[in-house]
Design a protein around this ligand. Structure first.
Ligand code: MG
Length: 85
């Protein structure tokens, strides 16, 4: 079951992305985080096949999240994708 994480600070946008992805394929397991810190915590505990991450967010921007995730993922080489907008 492909696991997708959506990191987006705006609730309305996050909700739409989760809805679109969930409806795209019912085998997708879609999770969400409302900021970078919450997203990184999730990444530490779960292997995601895809992470969709906003760039402009409070606390930690998307580039900082990417750097942290890459550091965290150096131990495994499952080719996680990281998309940003
Ligand atoms: Mg945003």
């Amino acid at each position: 079951m492909p696991k997708i994480l959506v990191i987006e600070d705006e609730a309305a946008i996050r909700r739409v992305l989760v809805k679109i992805l969930s409806e795209e394929n019912e085998s997708y397991k879609v999770e969400e985080a409302e900021d970078g810190l919450q997203g990184i915590e999730k990444v530490k505990n779960e292997d995601y096949d895809l992470i969709l991450c906003d760039i402009k967010m409070p606390k930690m921007d998307g580039v900082e999240v990417l750097e942290a995730v890459k550091k965290n993922k150096t131990r495994n080489s499952n080719g996680d994708d990281f998309w940003s907008w």
